[in-house]
Design a binder for this molecule. Structure first.
Ligand SMILES: *Cc1c(COP(=O)(O)O)cnc(C)c1O
Length: 377
């Protein structure tokens, strides 16, 4: 099987070096291939240390991480869980899988994450938890969320799948809520191909997660709770250890890419740059812009077509959850999500993989500028 890339500049090509190859080969040669492996324990230990939390528990992917996080907090039928309307769909799917109901909340125009003022109005006596998603690498407003959660006695789950190393007021996301989850899918900030991590400072919650990850079985063949096989393999963990050793460099590179995009695009009419609030350190998982068709002269979709022809891959923003067939029956009354809809229709993810060169970033940005000049003659 040869490699044939459709795009000259892909949206998110992972950074992989000799270190990953060597550690994966090492674990294979040592016959550590399942989850029962010192490499999994090492990856968990190092991740917990890097983040500054007590427990890190490796799992098969970021979606099952959310499933276990919800179950470990006791969420199930009859409960409601607040979920931002603009996100990848895993949080909503996993809430439904537990038997609870996702309640969608609009996001903010300023930084695209769940809107604290909307959160308050969606809380009912059935609300058990709030899932915050640090979207496209930008942290949610944690103080406001935590204050509401405390007042109304609900849990906070942070979905950090897109925000490894992002900071809120100088502290890393994933350390604020009752529990947090990460993804190591191929296009995330660090990767294990497929993979995920659950983190918490709560010993009991961590213990429940470990139990359910491993068939709810303790000791062997004795099942104490409903369980799953959501374990990570040694091959993934070995890969992850090598990735984690360069996570700070990878985050630095994301921010450097963002700086170049911002510099090149800042004066382009109709282009709104990826935000970074004064209290935030954004890690720009995918550097993203908003296209205002009236000022720019073309719609977001036309920009995508234009760049596609130049061999530049882009992605539209996520669709609003409330609008999709899978979740339509979850939306009651005449709930409105104007911001989520606006962002979904105007937002564009640009190539952001750490291997992209400075020249390529500048080329993408200049192509967007050139398009604007062409349509305005
Ligand atoms: C990628 C992602 C997930 C899912 O992670 P997987 O490892 O692909 O299952 C969950 N939530 C968000 C916000 C994501 O971006």
């Amino acid at each position: 099987m040869g490699i044939k890339l459709k795009y000259k500049i892909p949206v998110a090509r992972p950074y992989i070096s000799k270190d990953e190859e060597e550690l994966v080969l090492k674990t294979i040669r040592e016959r550590w291939i399942s989850s029962q492996s010192p490499y999994v324990k090492e990856f968990e230990k190092e991740f917990a240390k890097w983040l500054g939390v007590k427990h890190a528990i490796a799992v098969s992917n970021g979606t099952v991480a959310l499933h276990l996080a919800l179950l470990a907090l006791g969420i199930g039928p009859g409960d409601e869980v607040l979920v931002p309307d603009l996100t990848f769909a895993s949080p909503a799917n996993m809430v439904i899988l537990t038997g609870a109901k996702p309640v969608f909340v609009d996001v903010t125009r300023e930084y695209w994450c769940i809107d604290p003022s909307e959160v308050k109005s969606k809380i009912t006596p059935r609300t058990k938890a709030i899932i915050v998603v640090h979207l496209y690498g930008h942290p949610a407003s944690m103080d406001e969320i935590l204050e509401i959660a405390r007042e109304d006695n609900v849990y906070v789950i942070e979905d950090c799948a897109e925000a490894h190393g992002a900071q809120y007021k100088g502290r890393k996301v994933g350390t604020f809520g009752d529990i947090a989850t990460f993804s190591f899918y191929a296009n995330k900030i660090i990767t294990t191909g497929e993979g995920g991590m659950i983190v918490t400072n709560d010993d009991e919650v961590a213990d429940r997660v470990r139990l359910m990850r491993d068939h709810g079985m303790r000791p062997r063949y004795w099942h104490v709770v409903l369980g799953f096989n959501y374990r990570m393999t040694s091959l993934q963990a070995a890969f992850g250890i090598a990735q984690l050793r360069k996570i700070n460099m990878l985050i630095q590179r994301k921010r450097e890419i963002a700086r170049i995009y911002a510099e090149e695009l800042q004066d382009t009419p109709g282009i709104k740059l990826h935000p970074q609030m004064h209290w935030a350190k954004c890690v720009y998982w995918l550097y993203s812009i908003l296209v205002d068709p009236r000022k720019f002269g073309a719609t977001r979709d036309k920009v995508m077509e234009y760049l596609d022809k130049l061999g530049i891959e882009t992605r539209r923003f996520f669709y609003p959850l409330h609008a999709m067939p899978a979740f339509k029956n979850m939306v009651t009354q005449n709930q409105q999500f104007p911001v989520s809809e606006y962002l979904s229709n105007h937002g564009l993810n640009l190539p952001s993989g750490p291997e992209i060169s400075d020249e390529e970033v500048a080329y993408v940005a200049r192509s967007i500028r050139r398009m604007h000049q062409e349509v305005f003659g």
